[in-house]
Write a protein that binds this ligand. Structure first.
Ligand SMILES: Cc1cc2nc3c(=O)[nH]c(=O)nc-3n(C[C@H](O)[C@H](O)[C@H](O)COP(=O)(O)OP(=O)(O)OC[C@H]3O[C@@H](n4cnc5c(N)ncnc54)[C@H](O)[C@@H]3O)c2cc1C
Length: 472
């Protein structure tokens, strides 16, 4: 073992205890996209915030790079150590969750797994709305560090909007605590908002206070077959006008997603009688406020058929069918992984530009190679598309690899032409730091670099994430 790491670990063993450092397990820090390989051999697992503070202060003094890792479901490589002198830091032992009935708030440690947080809220008759397909393994620390989104952002916002208070440890070991259950707090800079979405480059998040909401009672799900994305958008605009913030989720899927599910062994109970070129999936909360739309919903939806915006509309007959329908959407990222993408995009666009973007991006990519297939799906209600590109057959991947950088640039240029964002909800991580430099406003980049240098002057926290080596 490297001498400096050896000394560092001996110090921690004396200061914190024998179990503080362990070998990195096979599944501990992985890239769900199978592109990056974790090089760190050791993982430190503190049990409380004080220990996190000791670890960071000592690593900072010795110049040892630390890579925070949560559930390792991040899709841009932020949790992956690039070098073997980098050490993973996992808060998995800090996973306490408590719910306060007095103010309907959750207090959580950063290592708590999202699904457990949701369950504790549910058991107390409340709803914690952060919903992502990785919720069985991702941790709230990772969710806050990436400002995770998911299917319910439309109504409830992303992780930042769900968090009232935060506790974190800075690279010098100082503990920053803003664990106040306050909706309004203008006491100077909003450090909480700065740390949320900072992807482990400014601080290690150790705890948070989270908002919960009334449980939506049996929200209505409907799945709609449409021919083109612009029809999906028209339906969204109509529904938004009628339902306002009762609209909980509005998802779009291309038929390729269904083909991939079948190809990779997922059982799909297809809801339509004919193949749907594009599918819209909607959740609406029917049981709030004075107007109950449940009786009128058939009439409202049938107008979409009359106007030829929709081919078929299905309202699931019970909870079982509802779950089957949602599992189609939730399984698509898993099927994509089994197929293996050439590259994936997590972009956001002004809503009105989405149909034109999809058409133009398809056209430009196909002008480079006809050996690709696009599986486009996403949270269209938020303007967030996962525009993912795959080889048409696995043997084409080698031929396509050489054009990969050109194609990635082509998609990102187009996003930029439409005044969109190249990272809607997954973050920048290691995979997109170069793109950030190219597409982000230079003024904003310069402020970000100044903040990073001021808080982490030695660059020990997650080097290579957000900021490429050249920027710092
Ligand atoms: C199947 C699948 C579906 C997904 N769907 C969605 C989706 O719909 N919406 C969405 O937003 N994301 C989605 N993701 C991406 C991913 O689940 C999120 O980014 C999630 O928030 C990452 O949490 P994690 O605990 O796994 O973090 P990790 O992957 O371990 O880490 C992610 C980043 O956070 C940092 N980090 C982790 N813990 C801490 C901490 N305590 N303090 C400071 N920094 C920390 C890491 O250094 C890294 O930069 C999906 C991923 C998969 C595999």
């Amino acid at each position: 073992m490297d001498k400096s790491l050896d000394n560092f670990f001996s110090f921690l063993t004396k200061k914190i205890g024998r179990n503080a450092v362990s070998l990195v397990g096979l599944n501990h820090a992985i890239d769900p996209r199978d592109r990056l390989v974790n090089k760190s051999k050791f993982c430190i697992k503190p049990e409380n915030t004080k220990e996190v503070s000791v670890i960071l202060a000592e690593a900072n003094q010795r110049g040892i790079p630390l890579i925070p890792v949560g559930g390792s479901t991040g899709l841009v490589g932020g949790q992956i150590a690039e070098k073997n002198d980098q050490v993973s830091l996992s808060l998995e032992k800090m996973n306490a969750i408590s719910f306060s009935e007095e103010d309907n708030l959750l207090t959580v440690q950063a290592g708590a797994i999202l699904v457990n947080i949701k369950r504790i809220a549910f058991d107390a008759g409340r709803f914690f709305p952060l919903s992502i397909a990785s919720e069985g393994s991702c941790q709230i620390g990772g969710n806050l560090a990436t400002n995770a989104g998911g299917v319910n952002v439309l109504r409830y916002g992303s992780a930042r909007d769900l968090c009232l208070g935060i506790e974190a440890v800075l690279p010098n070991g100082n503990i920053v605590s803003s664990m106040k259950a306050l909706k309004k707090n203008n006491m100077g800079f909003d450090i909480k908002s700065l740390l949320i979405g900072s992807e482990g480059t400014l601080a290690v998040i150790t705890a948070a206070i989270l908002r919960t909401f009334p449980l939506p009672i049996d929200p209505l799900t409907t799945i709609i077959s449409v021919n083109e994305p612009h029809e999906a958008l028209s339906i969204f605009n109509h529904m938004s006008k009628i339902f306002g913030d009762r609209l909980m989720a509005f998802e779009l899927m291309k038929s390729t997603g269904i083909d991939f599910l079948r190809k990779t062994g997922f059982k799909v109970r297809y809801p339509f009688s004919e193949k749907a070129p594009w599918i819209v999936l909607v959740d609406i909360d029917m049981n709030i406020g004075s107007t109950n739309f449940r009786d009128q919903i058939q009439e409202i939806l049938s107008k979409f058929l009359d106007k030829n915006l929709a081919n078929e509309i299905v309202i699931p007959s019970g909870l079982k069918q509802k779950k089957e329908i949602w599992s189609i959407r939730e399984s698509i990222p898993l099927a994509n992984r089994r197929i293996g993408s050439l590259f994936s995009n997590d972009i956001s666009l002004p809503l009105r530009s989405i149909p034109e973007f999809i058409e133009e991006a398809d056209k430009r990519l196909l002008s480079i190679s006809n050996e690709i297939i696009v599986n486009c799906f996403g949270h269209i209600g938020d303007g967030n598309l996962h525009y993912n590109v795959f080889p048409i057959a696995s043997e084409a991947i080698k031929r396509l690899e050489k054009n990969r950088p050109v194609m990635i640039k082509m998609v990102n240029d187009l996003v930029s032409e439409f005044s969109g964002s190249i990272s809607a909800e997954h973050g920048i991580g290691r995979s997109k730091s170069k793109e950030l430099e190219r597409y982000e406003d230079p003024g904003k980049l310069s402020v970000m670099t100044s903040i990073k240098s001021a808080i982490d002057p030695k660059g020990i926290l997650n080097p290579g994430v957000i900021f490429s080596k050249e920027t710092l």
